[in-house]
Design a protein around this ligand. Structure first.
Ligand SMILES: Nc1ncnc2c1ncn2[C@@H]1O[C@H](COP(=O)(O)OP(=O)(O)OP(=O)(O)O)[C@@H](O)[C@H]1O
Ligand SMILES: [Mg+2]
Length: 313
């Protein structure tokens, strides 16, 4: 099982659209796919056609990542009416808003990782849709992830913000979870006819080089239509939908190439180590831990405590 987070610093740039586009590509390829909806707005849950009253949600999982709660928070998407396969969603909740602390504790930061370890054998790919900030929820997602895709509009402002996100990510990787890597910045809502758009993308490529993904997602109304209807873009009629579906296929291919063949095991599986870490660092915030990590004379490396440097197999 591989885990991919889709993030951005700014709201409304297309995280959910990209997360659902990739989920659609994965589902059409027959990958057993789970979407985790960490955004209190729950747009991904809606886009997957999971509307209704749910018993348990991701908010409960973040309180207590127990096996039974994790399983009850996951429902099947109505996308499976189109063709057989596995496309599930860990249901989002407005209650996660209260869990989006700017200074999460080290215990809180591991909870999604521990939860996903419980379903490790059930999915090939997990896609996490995150809220538009790098507070607790997003960092909880990153700690549980192998890769992070950062979505940006084709403007310099947005890419500067996106790049700031990659710095926060680097910090987290160094301090806590070496498995985490950024895939790069994906430009969304690109308008091919606008010369300004072209200029911007070139300017961005010059400045950020290969940190910008080779694929760009164009502005396409079919994306809004499919999302609004709770349907996957791969099942939407018309030429435009086919074209944009192929773009998401290529982005998924890029993700898979980056992930390689080997599936790293969840650290949550190694519960003893997490417990030990929690005991040592209980009550400390993530920021405190990262600060200690950054200082050169740190006696106990978090990495050392977790044994992350060793091969997990
Ligand atoms: N490439 C695109 N073409 C057309 N519409 C798009 C595209 N990407 C996003 N949109 C539209 O823009 C709006 C915002 O997109 P989306 O909800 O994916 O952003 P978000 O980053 O998840 O927002 P939030 O930060 O609120 O979670 C939606 O109505 C969506 O349909
Ligand atoms: Mg969203």
């Amino acid at each position: 099982m591989h885990v991919l987070s889709v993030s951005s610093l700014k709201g409304g740039v297309g995280k959910t659209t990209v997360a659902l586009g990739l989920a659609s590509a994965a589902f059409s390829q027959g990958l057993r796919t789970l979407v985790v909806d960490l955004d209190p707005q729950c747009d991904a849950t809606t886009g997957l056609g999971a509307i209704g009253v749910f018993g348990e949600t991701v908010a409960d999982v973040l309180q207590n990542p127990r096996h039974s709660i994790v399983h009850r928070s996951i429902v099947s998407s109505t996308w499976t009416k189109l063709h057989p396969g596995t496309i599930d969603v860990m249901v989002g909740s407005p209650q996660t808003q209260a869990q989006d602390s700017p200074s999460p504790t080290i215990q809180e930061i591991w909870r999604l990782e521990v939860a996903l370890a419980k379903v490790e054998r059930e999915y090939d790919l997990v896609i996490i849709d995150t809220p538009p900030s790098i507070n607790g929820l997003t960092r909880t997602a990153w700690v549980a992830s192998d890769r992070v895709l950062i979505v940006s509009e084709p403007s310099l402002f947005s890419v500067v913000a996106a790049d700031r996100t990659t710095h926060a990510l680097d910090e987290l990787r160094k301090g806590l979870t070496p498995r985490l890597e950024t895939l790069g910045i994906l430009i969304n809502r690109f308008r091919p006819q606008s010369t300004e758009g072209d200029f911007r993308v070139n300017e961005l490529r010059e400045k950020y080089g290969n940190r910008i993904l080779p694929q760009v997602v164009e502005e396409r109304t079919v994306l809004q239509q499919a999302q609004g209807a709770g349907r996957p873009i791969h099942g939407w009629p018309g030429e435009s939908a086919v074209e944009i579906s192929q773009v998401f296929d290529r982005i998924l291919e890029f993700v898979q190439q980056s992930l390689g063949q080997k599936s790293p095991s969840r650290i949550g599986k190694n519960n003893r180590k997490v417990m030990r870490l929690n005991r040592v660092l209980r009550g400390q915030t993530l920021d405190e831990v990262l600060k200690v990590e950054a200082s050169e004379d740190a006696q106990t490396s978090v990495e050392g405590i977790l044994g992350l440097g060793e091969d997990q197999n």
